[in-house]
Design a protein around this ligand. Structure first.
Ligand code: OXK
Ligand code: ADP
Length: 589
């Protein structure tokens, strides 16, 4: 039932003086149900959240009305799940939290989603406006809207039930149109019990038409990009997670294969084309970045992950004259770090499609000396990697454990990989090949820790595919309690904790004695027992064979599993491959 009757209009015969018609005229719908109906009208079927005042009843009613409600143990992970769901489905992921503290817990995920250009909506209940605004000390008093605003793409508050439809429509359109991002929606507690005439209430709901409209690039901008590209001797394409999000898989493949230009996938663009593709230059990243004379950025920003497009990574003084073509939906992204010779503003499908058409029959593939030099270096690095992976040290190191996961992902290319940590992240990125688009979720633009279990839950819930979460032991700690959530919903998630007894490694020593060093954890911890505590499968793997058996069984059975992969505690580098960002470590070098 999705409507309520106004107080005093009970549906008994004695009150129905006007008969059936007058009862219908008196029928009302409350805020709870308007929210639910507005979400359903827009194709939202899953809510990630954590119940409590004032949204507990909303979660119950949502479930009763057929929405899937996935309840977490901490709002940050519900928020991360919503963000990942947004990336994976292209619809805004919804996170629902209580007021002030719950809202704040969800805010990190909202800000991270915005930074990553993932569409999500954080809906938080809030306390009584009149008391909050006069700062009279309400239960969980906080001006949530003001706090959320600088951390997301848009923020709205709905005060009247008849505005719920518009509020939700604005939130959806804001989250997915243009550059996607996080949106905050503030629902004061009183909103939920407000009742309005049912027919008028339903008429106020909005089904958003074309929420993420295509944005066609200007023909002169396309021509400019083609002209720059045609002058290239050493062209390179960089695919970012925006390219994965855009679902322009066919256009991107056509552009790469028709142009013959080597490409480099950013971490979450891995699999857009299989990592084994002959034009992938991932295994010779430093070389191509330093040498390319024309770089086509497709849904990738020139931020820290690409060394801001300048400096040593890009060949230093040799870089003079390099030109960038940048395809992005945001018109203000170009020139953010270095001048962009040919900005191409529009949605990736339309922009890349236009470039494919523009290549024409007369297109000359890149000079063989460029592509051959890449292949030579790439083959050398692949051979070196194969040699490393063939080793079987005892205890396991990152590479020998990841070699197993590499094989299992190859055999199960539909599996979704979630990856966080420092060394665990950096080694996994280059060792575990991806074969299909949008199968890799990781720490993204911020290098954030704590996304692991939230992303894993979202991946399992939205796709139903096996999920393999490759987790550093430190990274896992941020969201570890959500293994209960994974067990509660019986999700096909296998968590592999790379346990080397600490952050980066487990061998740091406090020079003064006493407490252990800040980077060290309990030695020999058994993370697998955490999964067993909630009825899942726990595996303690000390060899690649044990890891292979545990992971293969987990993927086949779909049972929640946690594998404690025991890694040499001396293995690992401070901050993995980004040691240079760590001031102390950099000085030591
Ligand atoms: C890549 N490579 C390979 C392969 N793939 N060799 C052989 N075979 C294969 N398949 C080579 C590649 O050419 C590089 O060598 C090297 O391996 C590393 O590749 P890659 O792509 O991983 O590149 P790099 O330099 O590590 O990438 C830069 C980066 C990336 C910044 C984009 O590091 C990144 O996404 N980092 C995220 C880090 C992060 O967020 N950490 C979390 C914070 S940790 P060369 O010789 O060509 O260079 C934390 O919180 O504090 O420490 C903290
Ligand atoms: P990576 O970290 O993988 O390099 P970034 O997050 O830096 O990727 O870049 C993603 C970029 O993709 C953002 O600048 C964003 O505006 C852009 N983007 C996202 N979706 C689309 C789309 N559909 N069309 C065009 N650009 C998009």
């Amino acid at each position: 039932m999705s409507a309520v009757l106004k107080p005093g209009t009970a549906s008994t015969n004695e009150n129905q003086a006007g008969g059936e018609a007058s009862v219908n005229a008196e029928e009302t719908i409350d805020g709870f149900h308007l929210v639910i109906e507005a979400l359903k009208l827009n194709g939202i079927d899953t809510i990630f959240g954590l119940p409590g005042i004032p949204i507990t009843d909303l979660t119950r009613k949502m479930q009763a009305e057929g929405l899937r409600v996935i309840s977490f143990r901490h709002e940050q992970h519900a928020g991360n799940a919503a963000a990942a769901a947004g990336f994976l489905t292209g619809k805004p992921g919804i996170c629902l939290t209580v007021s002030a503290p719950g809202f704040l817990n969800g805010l990190t995920a909202l800000a991270n989603a915005t930074t990553n250009c993932f569409p999500m909506i954080l809906i938080s209940g809030s306390s009584e406006r009149e008391i909050v605004d006069l700062q009279q000390g309400d239960y969980e008093e906080m001006d949530q809207l003001a706090i959320a605003k600088p951390l997301c793409k848009a923020a709205y508050r709905v005060l009247h039930a008849e505005d719920i439809g518009i509020g939700i429509a604005r939130a959806i359109r804001s989250a997915v149109s243009g550059r996607p991002g996080g949106v905050y929606l503030d629902f004061p507690a009183k909103l939920f019990s407000q009742a309005v005439d049912a027919a008028a209430g339903r008429r106020s709901l909005v089904e958003v038409v074309d929420p993420a409209p295509r944005q066609i690039p200007a023909p002169d901008a396309v021509q400019r990009a083609l002209d720059v590209l045609k002058g290239a001797r050493r062209p390179l394409i960089i695919l970012g997670k925006g390219a994965a999000y855009a679902r322009a898989d066919a256009e991107i493949r056509a552009f790469i294969e028709k142009s013959g230009i080597p490409y480099l996938p950013m971490s979450m663009a891995k699999g857009l084309l299989p990592d084994t593709h002959e034009q992938s230059a991932a295994a010779t990243r430093s070389y191509v970045l330093a040498e390319a004379d024309v770089v086509v950025l497709i849904g990738a920003r020139l931020n820290w992950l690409l060394s801001h497009g300048k400096g040593k990574t890009w060949g230093g003084a040799n870089a003079f004259g390099r030109k960038f073509v940048q395809i992005d939906i945001s018109p203000i992204e170009a020139d953010s770090n270095v001048p962009i010779a040919a900005p191409l503003v529009g949605d990736i499908g339309s922009c890349v499609g236009a470039l494919v058409n523009g290549l024409g029959a007369g297109w000359a593939r890149p000079p063989a000396e460029w592509t051959a030099a890449i292949v030579e270096r790439k083959d050398k690095n692949l051979a070196k990697m194969a040699e490393t992976l063939a080793k079987n040290p005892s205890p396991m190191n990152f590479q020998s454990a990841l070699n197993v996961i590499r094989d299992v992902v190859k055999a199960n290319p539909e599996a979704i990989v979630v990856n966080e940590g420092a060394n665990t992240l950096d080694f996994a990125r280059s060792i575990v090949d991806m074969y299909e688009p949008r199968k890799r979720l990781d720490v993204g633009t911020w290098g954030i820790m704590g996304i692991g279990m939230g992303f894993a839950v979202a991946a399992a819930v939205t796709t139903g595919k096996p999920v393999i979460a490759i987790e550093g032991d430190s990274a896992f700690g941020f969201s570890g309690m959500e293994v209960e959530t994974i067990c509660r919903y019986g999700l096909p998630v296998c968590v592999i904790v790379f346990n080397n007894n600490g952050v980066y490694k487990g061998t740091d020593v406090n020079p003064r004695g006493g407490d252990v060093a800040p980077t060290v954890f309990v030695k020999g911890a058994r993370y697998d027992k955490m999964m067993e505590a909630f009825g899942g499968v726990g595996v303690n793997a000390t060899t690649p064979d044990e890891l292979r058996k545990g992971l293969t069984e987990a993927v086949a059975s779909g049972k929640p599993t946690l594998i404690n992969a025991v890694i040499d505690e001396t293995a690992g580098t401070e901050s993995g491959r980004i040691t240079s960002l760590n001031p102390t470590a950099a000085k030591k070098k």
